[in-house]
Design a binder for this molecule. Sequence first.
Ligand SMILES: [Mg+2]
Length: 458
Amino acid sequence: MNWFKNKVNASRRGFLGGALGSVAGAAALGTMWADETVEAYQGNVRTASKPSDLKITDLRYAHVVGAPMSCPIIRIDTNQGIYGYGEVRDGASVTYALMLKSRLLGENPCNVDKIFRKIKQFGFTSRQAGGVCGIEMALWDLAGKAYNVPAYQLLGGKFRDKIRIYVDTTESHDPKVYGARLKNRMEQGFTWLKMDLGYDLVEDTPGTVSHPLDVTSKTTARTQHFFTGIELTDKGIGMMSDYVAAIREMVGMDVPLSADHFGHIGVNSCIRLGKAMEKHNLAWLEDMIPWQFSDQLKEIKDAVNIPIATGEDIFLKEPFIELCRKNAIDIIHPDLASSGGLLETKKIGDAAMELGHAMAMHFAGTPVSFMANVHCAAATENFLALEYHSDEIPWWQDLVTGPAKPLIDKGFAAIPEAPGLGIELNADVVKQHLAPGTSYFGPTEEWNKERSHDRLFS
Ligand SMILES: [Mg+2]
């Protein structure tokens, strides 16, 4: 019966197109589009609210800590009682979202792209994009709830039925301990591993690292790689290679093993270390140098026969496209909470795919942002694997209800079919992990009137 009604309404829409502009057509419209017909037509669209009348009325937050990161969850409220959840990137200030509240009030949250274009000027590299991206997530959650469809469907549908998770592992300087931890991940069903491989592993052994004598890995955390004067010796590289060999011996050569956090070493050391890793067939070398230096990244990529990955701090698609066009990297690695949210990250993945690059996804938040990633990963064809940092946090998945638990089962996440992001917050658990001195979605009226002349041209 519904099929019949849709069919009739579709042919009426066709008639409408042809009849517009003529008096006869207008008269005919009067009879054919009687109020009941319009209502019947609207009745066939499964909406959970009246999307065209929806307006944003509030933006509040609950700041979760120890997940293991510090992650402000935001909630956008509307005039129809439905609300959307998003999350400001791990480690970022919730102010990045709150300062945008006055720009959101009164907007229809279903106009996700329109609002994103209005606020994206307030995002910047890394955590500074956290507010824009968290709001974008919440808008998809709302639009999905308004139209009663999961977020991945609004992005164009899915390419897969479950999302591959790659898991991070707490570091140990003892390769046997680290290898055992990684092996345990495989026993849990994870199909892709990642390890940290910093030169701090070897720096206490004399003769492994050349460096200005008062400089260490600890004193250079805020100095970019090219400016530390730190270079690895053959002995240091040999020890790091032996370390990875011992781990490979435990986990085998079949499982993809990515590596990250090499330390702030120069480009030449990156290349020599990368070459030494070729025999261990690492899945990718991540952020060897800052992403902004695409010429030097290309130098590393051209010299090393292991995939080079970067991107967790990049905001918007243009820098990703430049890196891919230049062939300065192999794999893009956006963090959806910095790259621009679900739609921009899908655009990033699609653009990279056209240029021959796969997309892995960086992630270190709560299940709210996790589900935003899951929907985006489902809808982006060149997706490889999504990061997961919270395997050792027992209450992590209890922050939400809705999807079946465990949220990550044998190395994969199921894609929610409920509207929007497909989750509800578990208030009791969230309240147990709030940042000291903060409230559970308390009022934020002080941000209602924040104004500036935001035009980017004159
Ligand atoms: Mg990383």
